[in-house]
Design a protein around this ligand. Sequence first.
Ligand code: CMC
Length: 435
Amino acid sequence: MENKTVQKGTATLTVNSKTVELPVLGGTDGPDVIDVKRLYAETGMFTLDPGFTSTGSCESQITFINGEEGILLHRGYPIDQLAENSNFLELVYLLNYGELPSKSEFHDFSRDVTEHTMLHTQMDRFFGGFRRDSHPMAMMVGAVGALSAFYPDAMDVKDEDQRRISTNGLIAKMPTIAARIYKYSIGQPFIEPQNHLSYAENFLRMCFSVPAEDYKPNPAIIRAMDRLLILQADHEQNASTSTVRLAASSGAHPYAAIASGVASLWGPSHGGANEACLNMLREIGSVERIPEFIARAKDKSDPFRLMGFGHRVYKNYDPRAKVMQATVHELMQELDIKNSPILQVAMELERIALEDPYFIEKKLYPNVDFYSGIAMDAIGFPTEMFTVLFALGRTAGWLAQMNEMTVDKTQRIGRPRQIYTGAPFRDYTSLDTRS
Ligand code: CMC
């Protein structure tokens, strides 16, 4: 990657009567940053920033978020335009290879992906080791990690060809893995991929076909599935992406690094919020109970939070949530679902929360997970599968970000520091002398 930050000035820091000049760097858009790389060498001090609220970890040219205005761009293109006009595979190409593909580039890329959708038969046997009632994300962490055992050659991440093979290969195999997880959890036989189908349709078919009957999804379902993948494809340095970068920074196998991203995505503060949100909407059950849950979300002595609300970066409406909301309405109309109690609760909850001073002051808006679960539910997935679907989309971003790091000459192994507040030096005492 060609580094493109420009120095725009310096920041002066005085500590222990020593003054250091730190470069202030600017990018294409977004806040400038203070480059603290030399801080320790020059002052003997680190910065402390638990949760990385004021810390950038890398230069990136993939995704840009303006959280104040609710803008999300991939390689410069706004998410709503991509969701409306593009498709997931084209977005995978854009994220990973930097530009929208030409017709022939897209043709070759699609062929490369669709020709690698099958799993090694030995890999298929791996699923049988899980309990049937395992959480699908537990199986996904294990299955993606296990894939690294089948592709030992992919270790050479510095080789451009190897990177392309392992990237396109994982994009190809993730739907097959996700569908097998679903089939295994409901005790149905695995359905093999069909390479003439689109990425989204192939995945849906592997999930919902049975040997006795082929599944022919409504085009609205295929469109909604593709859009779900697009909306979840990348979101710059979120927890799971940072996890992938950190794991890969040691030179670990790329698929093992992606498995660490799957693990990080699982939690309810991150990708697991889609599952938690739908469970919450079901628990609320009717619009009459909304005030009770709003009151709980505001009560500091109650750990309950409104799932699908709030974001570290967005202090405005998450642009993905807007598209997701429109997609849900489209889907309901196409499927002729007139009275969805879950959707009614969600819309009323959003309306009440957005007028409530607590949510207004804290700038808490619906995020992508607020409506995505309703779409996944309407498509026919059980809640436990929701985060697996998120992982399917986010694999595109994990790979792009990991590959970008691999070719960024400024990147070194990730190694944060700490401030130590444990016991000071003390001598070991033998067991007999301890009371
Ligand atoms: N309901 C009620 N209060 C909230 C919520 C919420 N959903 N989110 C934040 N707050 C309050 C929080 O209590 C805190 O209040 P105070 O300043 O009085 O202590 C303030 O808003 C700031 O919250 P924070 O936890 O310091 O913010 P954060 O940036 O560390 O956390 C978040 C961001 C997304 C984890 C958080 O908003 C949250 O827990 N939301 C619910 C879970 C969720 O929907 N997660 C999906 C995120 S988007 C998709 C993804 O990344 O995967």
